[in-house]
Design a protein around this ligand. Sequence first.
Ligand code: UD1
Length: 396
Amino acid sequence: MKAPAQHLPAGSAPVFRVLCVVGARPNFMKIAPIMAALQALQPKVDVKLLHTGQHYDVAMNEQYFTALGIPSPDINLEVGSGSHAAQTAEVMVRFEPVLDELKPTAVLVVGDVNSTIACALVAVKKGTPVIHVEAGLRSFDRAMPEEINRVLTDQISDLLFTTEESGRDNLLREGVAGERIRFVGNVMIDTLRGNLERAVPAAAIAAQAGRPAFLNGHATHEGYALLTLHRPSNVDTPEILRALLEAVARIGARTPVFFPVHPRTRANIAKFGLDALLDDPHILPLPPMGYLEMLGMMKDARVVLTDSGGVQEETTALGVPCITLRNNTERPITVDEGTNTVAGQDPARILAIYEELMQGGGKAGRIPPFWDGKAAVRIADTLAAWMQNGCRMEAA
Ligand code: UD1
């Protein structure tokens, strides 16, 4: 039965409530445009934001809320770090009473972090419909915790929004009904487009870090590189982390490397006795950077080396060459249409791809369909119609 929201007299309380969930850094740039689009809906929808507290440092968390104008969370579960089991379980236990109290029409989760699956699982077992933004991405690598989170979240979601067309194929293959899937594009690119003009230039970041001359000197005309590294498969094994950092040092000799260091990576570099590898005039280790700083460093880089999923997409949107330090990607469109090359972890292969790129300029790429800055509005409109329809989708 259709809910009568459109017939409400002016000033009535909203009929529908959407509870949006975030937990870790990559969630924040996705939720920002979704919150804005949901809050702009007419008739009004009651939108609440819940933070699980999976990421909690100012650098990993608060500075994103400030820079992106995300409203302060209505609820913070403050779970903090822990093993996968402990963290996931803690989110579930603390989320359940909130759900009982708020009784939302639906719970909206984004991405593939532990908070995503934890909240989705609690909601579905309580009969609350689940909406998954960034559904259907698959690396086909079950050793990645995020792959487990993706597959399971998609199985229990009622409405699945995809960023690229491969997502639909993956979901259909796994038995998800086609009418639940909507291809809307990439909300992270909404945020990127909306903030490009505010991006902080790389030279200012070097100066702030006390290395104003970092981009000067013999290497400057070659441009600079940006490195991010945080996947357990890259940073939890001493030999792999050492080999990667040694390859980066060779890249730095030609293109100085900005390296914002994730807390997991920072801790492992110290634990494995690798600090000396960062003590290099052509490498600039930085604390985890804010969104506008990352965007500034990314947009003018000659090349970006990364194991982050989001950065693969952002570099494709910016037309900047990206070398992915993983054996696979769940975002194949960044390779097929974008600027991404999947290099793996072998230093010789990474350096060969880098050399080729420095000579040829890298893949030109093109912007994938619907990465146009309007994904969140598509999501909000679809969601409103879906709730009006009793949380069911008309066949597309
Ligand atoms: C998590 C996500 C990963 C995402 C990444 C982005 C999962 C399974 N993984 O990985 O998909 O790409 O976030 O950062 O959800 N720490 C701090 N401060 C913080 C948060 C964490 O110091 O604010 C440290 C803690 O020592 C913690 C470690 O970083 O143990 C790892 O944090 P965790 O949230 O478990 O996983 P990430 O590696 O950040």
